[in-house]
Design a protein around this ligand. Structure first.
Ligand SMILES: [Zn+2]
Length: 221
């Protein structure tokens, strides 16, 4: 009888030990699966942790949600194909036009204004793949390839930095030039900024890509 009780005690003790061991493994594995997600939190300069962007004091078409003209978006970046790209690559500028249909035609980008005319910076790291002057529409125009089929472009620039030419590697935040009103499509000094995705190696090049509204994209990757 005593031997049987000892056996039962031994079995129960072994079950408890096994349960403790399994729960420890589960706890360790749960905490180890959490860390890669936390490490994905974008490391932004302190001034860009939140999007500090105002809607310009004028009638602004297709403006994103705002309160007292402050755009309601926490993140300064948007995620496209795992690439984090700045929503407003014009420091201290306000949004003067949103993405969408306006004045009878589609506006495939975001417009930013500042007075005096401000600097324009690269929205993400990448390689400059085009730098041209288009008199009929975009004026001085830069296109950057960010990899993963993600591209951004900057139009109507007054001037382009001497460090920027085709094949230049750029970092996020690097100055590209100064906003202006070059090109037939500009009616005021501003940056016309576009983000597109797709395969640039197509017959229509830039216009064969899909234009994206940065304000509709996820706030982080
Ligand atoms: Zn525009």
């Amino acid at each position: 009888m005593i031997i049987n009780q000892l056996k039962i005690t031994l079995v129960v003790s072994n079950i408890l030990k096994t349960a403790f061991f399994v729960s420890t493994i589960l706890l360790v594995s749960c905490s180890s699966t959490r860390s890669p997600v936390e490490s994905k939190t974008p490391k932004l300069p302190p001034t860009q942790v939140n999007l500090k962007l105002n809607i310009c004091p004028m009638s602004v078409s297709n403006a994103p949600p705002s309160i007292d003209r402050k755009v309601q978006r926490l993140s300064a970046v948007a995620c496209v194909n795992d690439v984090e790209i700045l929503v407003a690559p014009a420091p201290n500028a306000c949004l003067s036009s949103g993405f969408g249909f306006r004045h009878g035609r589609q506006h495939d980008g975001l417009d930013y204004q500042s007075k005096p005319a401000g600097t324009v910076i690269a929205a993400a790291k990448g390689t400059v793949i085009n730098k041209v002057f288009r008199i009929q529409d975009y004026g001085n125009w830069i296109i950057i390839d960010h990899g993963n089929g993600v591209y951004s472009s900057y139009a109507h620039l007054k001037s382009v930095s001497s460090k920027i030419s085709i094949n230049s590697k750029v970092k996020r935040g690097q100055v590209l030039g100064q906003m202006g009103e070059t090109g037939g499509a500009a009616q005021a000094i501003h940056l016309h900024f576009e983000v597109r995705k797709g395969d640039y190696d197509n017959p229509k090049k830039w216009w064969g890509l899909t234009a994206l509204n940065s304000f509709k994209l996820p706030e982080k990757c």
